[in-house]
Design a protein around this ligand. Structure first.
Ligand code: PEP
Ligand code: MN
Length: 347
């Protein structure tokens, strides 16, 4: 059962559940859409009755989906998730996130950030911990990479998004990053997703390449059930029989998710198609499909990239994509914030 409250005294709802349900098992409480959403097991009729008595200003839903807390009925106009202090995803502005696949050095990251900013990106991406299919591939700079991300973020004012690959590094990543990314290979690593959610930081949750939309939303539910409403969904391609692209970018999932969920959804065309020349058309298509933003791999020198160079855009391709995107968004009545030179700060 899902209860949706407008209550001033939120703590009393929490106290009631804590008193009746050891470890809050099977229940969840999350602030969404200006109200308090409370999930209790359908079988716990006594708790449901107690919650019903609690406030006259509530709504009870019994036929909700497994992913109750991401249901659009909780926030019909959609949720807005902060990207650091300077930007959001899910609001009126389209959120462009860009950066290298992996952090390789301070200089490479600073140059990437300059490039990102000049195309209008509002956040910098870059992996410090890389989940590589082969153990012999570059695995990322780890803690050093996190420190570089924090430094470049401070220098440029760009918030940073970086992947957390393991529960053991959740705290370190949360200390240095504005948004914690859960990658496709961890899309159903529920202990990791829970731990990341518990930090309270926004979570960028990639779709598992073998996951249905329903499974993806249930993974998001693990974050919401920790009381963290800040989830950004990211479509990044699913595995299919098609081999001309790295994965099959499922843009219909964007429309599906926007219809059933209040969570913002962005698209990563870079990992989806895996080839530089296909990224622009799919990025534009993602915007047209209703995505709230994009995450794009860029690199100051793609040929020298230590990771995923084939799909990284260099300066010309990136600026060309950004200007085409502005035109498409304008046609859709949406906008990209104006591009800023590096060092222009947060305003
Ligand atoms: C990434 O964004 O760097 C990444 C590894 O993506 P994915 O998990 O979608 O493969
Ligand atoms: Mn990559």
């Amino acid at each position: 059962m899902l209860f949706i409250y407008r209550v001033a005294d939120e703590q009393s709802v929490r106290d009631l559940i804590d008193a009746r349900v050891p470890n809050r098992h099977g229940t969840a409480i999350c602030r969404i859409g200006g109200g308090l959403a409370v999930v209790v097991p359908d079988s716990d009729v006594e708790l449901a009755a107690a919650l019903r008595e609690f406030s006259a200003e509530h709504r009870m839903v019994t036929d909700h989906a497994e992913a109750a807390l991401s249901d659009r009925l909780l926030a019909p106009s959609g949720s807005v998730v902060p990207l650091g202090a300077s930007a959001t995803v899910g609001g009126a502005d389209f959120a462009l996130i860009a950066g290298p696949c992996a952090v390789e050095s301070h200089q490479q990251l600073a140059d990437s950030a300059a490039l990102a900013k000049s195309g209008g990106a509002v956040a910098l991406r870059g992996g410090a911990f890389k989940p590589r299919t082969s153990p012999y591939s570059f695995q990322g700079l780890g803690d050093d990479g996190l420190r570089m991300l924090a430094k470049v973020s401070a220098e440029t004012g760009l918030p940073v998004v970086t992947e957390v690959v393991d529960v053991t590094v959740v705290d370190a990543v949360a200390e240095h990053a504005d948004v914690l990314q859960i990658g496709t290979r961890n899309a159903q690593n529920f202990s990791l997703i829970r731990a990341a959610g518990r930090t309270g930081k926004p979570i960028l949750l990639k779709r598992g390449f073998g996951c249905t939309v329903a499974e993806w939303l249930q993974a998001a539910e693990y974050v919401l059930a920790e009381g963290n409403p800040h989830v950004i969904l990211c479509e990044r391609g699913i595995r299919s029989f098609e081999s001309s692209t790295r994965f099959t970018l499922d843009l219909s999932a964007v429309a599906v998710v926007k219809h059933i969920s209040h969570l913002p959804v962005i698209v990563d065309p870079s990992h989806g198609v895996g080839h530089r020349h296909l990224i622009k058309p799919m990025a534009l298509a993602a915007a047209a499909a209703g995505a709230d933003g994009l995450m794009v791999d860029i690199h100051p020198d793609p040929k020298a990239a230590l990771c995923d160079g084939n799909q990284a855009l260099g300066e010309d391709a990136w600026l060309d994509l950004a200007s085409a995107l502005r035109a498409v968004l304008a046609g859709l009545g949406r906008s990209l914030p104006a591009a800023k030179p590096v060092g222009a700060g947060l305003s």
